[in-house]
Design a protein around this ligand. Structure first.
Ligand code: GLU
Length: 405
């Protein structure tokens, strides 16, 4: 079949695929524990629902401007002022179908064919594919010291004459680590010096633990907004548990935002109107749901890390934020696809293979679920891998016998 070479080079989003796999198995009555999911389980804020249903009740759901309704842009401007102490104008803002589309149209707006985009590993699964879709070449940089903290020297080494942009995601999906203030400052300064774009993906920066505060990239920007090549990405998906609404946004200089709007206007038009009104409700409404989610996640993280550390040979870095951790299982199996498949097949635990995030030997485990799911999920993983564990395990009434070790 004549499927384009580009399409053939793009792989399916494994994070989304695994959500489907988990749902299908559950439908069949399988006792699945989904530790692969990238979405909080809490409900969307009531203000989001009220605002969304109010517009639905009018029965008049029309096209919106391609960059979002004025009320949403206003809410984003206020959010940017409150959390980044940065004053921006409507011309500096575009609302998109999730952070995903905001990143995608940004890449379309800045990349020439074969331009390179550098980002640290482990990285979010979609970055390489998005860069390829926009005609660019992904250049992941793996920290040499085996940590999840890249050094600016390593990033600088990967930057060459074809580098057009760097993408930074902190707190990071999948490792959960938050890059240091010094590192963020160095990256901002480096990009300014080299005159390259910096896409700051701040999707998780309201979900930070241990009293830490997220780093505000604008603190280190020396150029006026409309000359700066920093594009800031945010969304309502994670902090308000509104993944299905698909609302994200970008803040940047007016020239790049104009280009992104043109692209989005041809690609999808403005995001769905009810979803935009839901985001307005969330951003302007009572904010307590973020703190309550954050506290739940911090507790879940503690439970998951404690359980993981009890497994012989598993190395895990305690996440500073997000709802993921990225333990190293290479003492048991280096091939992360094989390991994730084994866990799904044998003990019905869904995990995401580290390979998808650019690091073999690891699995991404999500702690969005309940404490019961976390403890039981890790217990099953431990049982599946540890030869010292008793040979039998019950999943409900189903008796499993471990015959693969
Ligand atoms: N960002 C989430 C994840 O990494 C949601 C799925 C996606 O869009 O990749 O699991």
């Amino acid at each position: 079949m004549s499927i384009s070479q580009l399409a053939r080079s793009i792989s399916e989003s494994v994070t989304l695929k695994l959500n489907e796999t988990a749902a299908l198995l559950r439908e069949k009555g399988e006792p699945v524990i989904h530790l692969g999911g990238g979405e909080p389980k809490s409900r969307a804020p009531i203000d989001a629902i009220v605002s969304c249903t109010a517009v639905l009740n009018t029965g008049e759901i029309r096209y919106t401007p391609p960059d979002g309704i004025p009320a949403l842009k206003k809410a984003i401007i206020r959010y940017t002022e409150e959390h980044y102490r940065k004053l921006v104008s409507p011309d500096n803002v575009i609302a998109s179908n999730g952070a995903k589309q905001a990143i995608m149209v940004a890449l379309y707006a800045i990349l020439e064919p074969k331009d390179e985009v550098v980002f640290p590993a482990p990285y979010w699964v979609s970055y390489p594919e998005m860069v390829k879709l926009a005609g660019g070449v992904p250049v992941p940089v793996t920290p040499e010291d085996g940590s999840f903290h890249p050094r600016i020297e390593e990033i600088a080494e990967a930057v060459g004459p074809y580098t057009k942009a760097i993408i930074i995601n902190s707190p990071n999906n999948p490792s959960g680590v938050m890059y240091s203030r010094d590192f963020i400052a160095e990256v901002v300064q480096f990009c300014e010096k080299k005159n390259i774009w910096l896409i700051m993906d701040d999707t998780y920066n309201r979900l930070v633990f241990d009293g830490k505060t997220p780093v505000n990239c604008y603190e280190f920007v020396t150029q006026p907004l409309d000359s700066s090549k920093l594009i800031l990405i945010n969304c309502v998906s994670k902090m308000y548990a509104m993944t299905g609404f698909r609302i994200g946004w970008a803040v940047g200089n007016r020239e790049v935002i104009r280009a992104m709007i043109n692209i989005q206007s041809q690609q999808t038009s403005g995001p769905s109107a009810p979803a935009q009104w839901a985001a307005v409700g969330a951003l302007n409404g009572v904010q307590s749901s973020i703190e309550s989610l954050r506290m739940t996640l911090e507790n879940n993280r503690n439970v998951m890390i404690e359980r993981l550390r009890a497994i012989d040979g598993v190395k895990v870095v305690k996440p500073d934020g997000t709802f993921y951790c990225f333990p190293d299982f290479s003492a048991y199996m280096r091939d992360s696809n094989k390991l994730a498949n084994l866990l799904l097949e044998k003990v019905r635990v869904v995990t995401v293979p580290g390979k998808e995030f650019g690091m073999e030997g690891h699995l991404r485990l999500s702690f969005c679920g309940t404490v019961k799911e976390i403890t039981e999920g890790i217990e099953r993983i431990q049982w599946a891998l540890d030869p010292k564990a008793p040979n039998e395990l019950y999943l409900g009434t189903r008796k499993l016998v471990r015959d693969w070790l």
